[in-house]
Design a protein around this ligand. Structure first.
Ligand SMILES: Cc1cc2nc3c(=O)[nH]c(=O)nc-3n(C[C@H](O)[C@H](O)[C@H](O)COP(=O)(O)OP(=O)(O)OC[C@H]3O[C@@H](n4cnc5c(N)ncnc54)[C@H](O)[C@@H]3O)c2cc1C
Length: 570
C-alpha cells in the first residue's frame, strides 16, 4: 500500500529505551535525519529504571580493571552457557561488535562507562568465565545537564530511591548503613544527603545525581539532544506502512490524530518486548503467569505485533521467553500494587532460605534471579511453588532487610498490616500464617541451619560459587551466604515469577534487520532491544546481558542504515 505522507525522515525510531536511543544516536551521528517516537510521556522505558549494567565482553577497559580478556575465552563462555539457544552468527556478531560499540559511544557521546573491578559472570565455574571487566556501569550523571528535559526522563523505581527521590547504588547503601560506624561512610553519606536536599530546594522533583540505569538513559538522552534529534512523547506507533515492497514508515498517533511518517531508509522498532502484552505472555510464558513484570506497563508487545503484521518471524530455539526475577508485591490501600524485584540484595545473604508450598527448599537462594525463578517453575511441576516464600529471622531483617522491609530498626508495621510482610514469634506460627505445613518448615530450617554450621549447603549449594559469595556478606565466615535462622520473630515474604523483560522477539540477522519465516530480510525494518530475539536465547550468562545487546544491535542498526541507501522504489 502506498501512503500519502504527512512527515518525512530517513529513520524512524520507535521507542526511547537503550535499543531505540542507541540506533537513533548512531544514525543521527552519521548525518541521517532521524525522528524518535515514544508512546508514554517519558523517555527511557525499562532502561531508565534498570540497574544499568552493560555486558560488553572483551572491551578495552577489561585489562585496565585487572581482567584481561580474549575473544576465545568469551566465545568459550558463550558456548558453555548459551550454546545453540541462539543463532551462532548472531552471537558472533554481538561478541565482535560489543567492544567497538563501547569504544564508539565513549569517544563520540555522553555514554561514559566504568568497567567493574569485581563482578563474576553468573556461572563462574564454566569454561571461559570472567570475574570482572566484562560488565560496565554508566558513570554518575548530573541530571541538571538535561535542563528542562530532566522532567521528561522516566523516574527510577521508587523502591530504589530513599528520602522520596534520592538515587543510591549498592556502594551508597553500604555507606548509609555504616554512617554511625565509620567516618568515611559518614562523610559520603552527608555528601549524598546534602546534594539531594539542595536539589529539592532548587525545585527539582527528585535528586539530580543520577546513577544506574537512570544515568544510562540520561546519558543517551543527552547525546540525542546534542544531535538535535526530534522526538515526540505520548505518540504510540499504531501500524507499519509499506513503501512499495519495503517498510517505508509508520502511522503514529499524535495529539489525537494519526500522522503518516515516512522513513526513507527504514524503521527501527524498539518498543521493549512484551512483558505486559497479555496475549503474547499467555501464548509464550510457562504457566502460571501473571501481572508480575518489573518492566513499565507500556511495554506491551506492540513492536513485535507490528513486525509480525508485515511478515516478520518470531525467533526460535530459546530456552526461556523472558529474563526472570523473583518479585514480591505490596498491595496499597488504593488497590494499586508495588512490585519489588529480589535481584541482588537479600537472597544471597546469610540467614535467608526459600521454600515452596510444601515448606521445603527447592533452589540455591543465591543463584541469579533468572535461575531462582527457573527453579520455581521446576519445583512447581512437583509441588505448588507459586508463590514461593523467602524466610529469615529477626537478626537478618535488622541487618539486611527483606524486600520492601528496610533494615536498621526502620518501621515495618505498615508492611505487616498490608499483608506483605509476615511476622511470627515461632516458626509454627509463621507456617500457620503462610498456610505451610509446620513440621515440614521446621525440618527445613533445622536442616538449613545444619548446613550453615557446616558452611556448606549439600542440598542446593547456597554460597558454592564466586558469584553466590560476591552477593553474600564478606564478613561472614566460613560461608558468606550461609547463616542460621534462629531468633524470632521470624519473617517471610511471598515471591512470584516476575521478569525484567522478554527474551523472545523477532528473528533478526547480524545487522538487526528483521527476517521473515523464510529467513529473508524484510527491507526497511530493523529491531532493537527486547523487540529483537535475544542473542542470549533466554539464558542469563552475566549482569548486563540485555542492555549490552540492546546498545550493540541498536548501534549496528544505526550504522547499517547509514551505510545502505534504500533501493529506489517506483
Ligand atoms: C528493575 C530492572 C532492573 C534491570 N537491570 C538491568 C541491568 O542492570 N542490566 C541489563 O542488561 N538489563 C537490566 N534490566 C532489563 C533492561 O532494563 C531491559 O532489558 C532493557 O532496558 C530493554 O531495552 P529496550 O530498548 O528494549 O526497551 P525499553 O528501555 O523498555 O524502551 C522501550 C520503549 O518503547 C516504548 N513503546 C512501547 N510501545 C510503543 C509504541 N507502540 N510506540 C512508541 N513507543 C513505544 C515504551 O514506552 C518504552 O519507553 C532491568 C530491568 C528492570 C525492570
Amino acid at each position: 500500500m502506498k501512503a500519502d505522507w504527512d512527515e518525512s525522515c530517513d529513520v524512524l525510531v520507535v521507542g526511547s529505551g537503550a535499543g531505540g536511543m542507541a540506533a537513533a544516536i548512531t544514525a543521527a551521528d552519521a548525518g541521517l535525519s532521524v525522528r524518535m517516537v515514544e508512546k508514554t510521556d517519558r523517555i527511557g522505558g525499562s532502561t531508565a529504571i534498570s540497574g544499568g549494567a552493560i555486558w560488553a565482553p572483551n572491551n578495552a577497559q577489561s585489562a585496565r580493571v585487572g581482567h584481561p580478556d580474549t575473544p576465545e575465552r568469551v566465545r568459550a563462555y558463550m558456548r558453555a552457557v548459551v550454546g545453540d539457544a541462539a543463532p551462532q552468527a548472531l552471537q558472533n556478531a554481538f561478541l565482535d561488535a560489543a567492544p567497538a560499540m563501547v569504544a564508539w559511544f565513549e569517544e563520540h557521546t555522553e555514554v561514559q562507562l566504568a568497567g567493574r573491578t569485581y563482578s563474576p559472570d553468573y556461572y563462574p565455574d564454566r569454561e571461559g568465565a570472567a570475574h570482572g571487566g566484562r560488565s560496565l556501569d554508566p558513570l554518575m550523571f548530573d541530571g541538571r545537564r538535561l535542563g528542562r528535559h530532566f522532567a521528561e526522563l522516566r523516574d527510577p523505581l521508587p523502591e530504589f530511591m530513599v528520602l522520596g527521590g534520592m538515587m543510591i547504588t549498592m556502594t551508597d547503601v553500604r555507606h548509609l548503613l555504616a554512617v554511625t560506624r565509620s567516618f568515611a561512610s559518614w562523610r559520603e553519606g552527608m555528601k549524598l544527603v546534602m546534594r539531594y536536599f539542595a536539589d529539592r530546594l532548587r525545585g527539582y522533583h527528585r535528586g539530580t545525581r543520577l546513577v544506574l540505569g537512570n544515568a544510562l538513559a540520561a546519558r543517551l538522552f543527552r547525546s540525542l539532544l546534542d544531535r538535535q534529534v526530534p522526538y515526540w512523547l505520548n505518540s504510540p506507533v499504531r501500524e507499519l506502512l509499506r513503501d512499495g515492497h519495503r517498510v517505508g514508515g509508520a502511522l503514529v498517533e499524535r495529539d489525537g490524530r494519526l500522522v503518516r511518517v515516512r522513513a526513507q531508509r527504514g524503521v527501527v522498532l524498539a518498543t521493549g518486548g512484551f512483558p505486559w502484552g497479555k496475549e503474547l505472555r499467555q501464548a509464550h510464558y510457562p504457566q502460571p503467569t501473571g501481572a508480575w513484570s518489573m518492566a513499565p506497563t507500556g511495554n506491551a508487545g506492540e513492536g513485535i505485533a507490528m513486525a509480525r503484521s508485515v511478515g516478520a518471524a518470531m525467533g526460535q530455539g530459546h530456552v526461556s521467553p523472558a529474563f526472570w526475577a523473583p518479585v514480591s508485591i505490596l498491595k496499597r490501600p488504593d488497590g494499586s500494587e508495588l512490585r519489588y524485584p529480589h535481584l541482588v540484595w537479600d537472597r544471597a545473604k546469610p540467614g535467608l532460605m526459600a521454600v515452596n508450598g510444601a515448606g521445603e527448599r527447592f533452589v540455591n537462594e543465591s543463584a541469579s534471579y533468572h535461575d531462582f525463578v527457573s527453579g520455581m517453575y521446576d519445583s512447581h511441576r512437583r509441588t505448588p511453588t507459586f508463590p514461593a516464600y523467602l524466610i529469615c529471622d529477626a537478626d537478618f531483617v535488622e541487618r539486611w532487610g527483606l524486600g520492601l522491609a528496610l533494615p536498621g530498626g526502620r518501621p515495618r508495621e505498615h508492611l505487616v498490616r498490608a499483608g506483605y510482610l509476615y511476622r511470627a514469634d515461632s516458626l509454627a506460627d509463621l507456617a500457620t500464617q503462610l498456610g505451610l505445613p509446620g513440621q515440614a518448615l521446621q525440618a527445613s530450617v533445622t536442616r538449613f541451619n545444619h548446613w550453615a554450621e557446616l558452611g556448606r549447603d549439600e542440598d542446593f549449594g547456597k554460597g558454592s560459587t564466586d558469584y553466590n559469595r560476591y552477593l553474600g556478606d564478606p564478613d561472614h565466615q566460613p560461608n558468606p551466604c550461609l547463616g542460621p535462622i534462629r531468633r524470632g520473630p521470624f519473617h517471610a515474604v511471598k515471591v512470584y515469577a516476575g521478569d525484567i523483560g522478554t527474551a523472545l522477539g523477532i528473528a533478526c540477522n547480524e545487522q538487526a534487520q528483521a527476517l521473515d519465516t523464510a529467513g529473508q530480510v524484510i527491507p526497511g525494518l530493523y529491531m532493537a532491544g527486547n523487540d529483537m530475539h535475544s542473542v542470549m536465547g533466554g539464558e542469563y550468562p552475566a549482569p548486563g546481558i540485555t542492555l549490552g545487546p540492546a546498545l550493540t544491535f541498536g548501534w549496528l542498526a544505526g550504522r547499517h542504515l547509514a551505510q545502505n541507501q534504500p533501493q529506489t522504489v517506483a
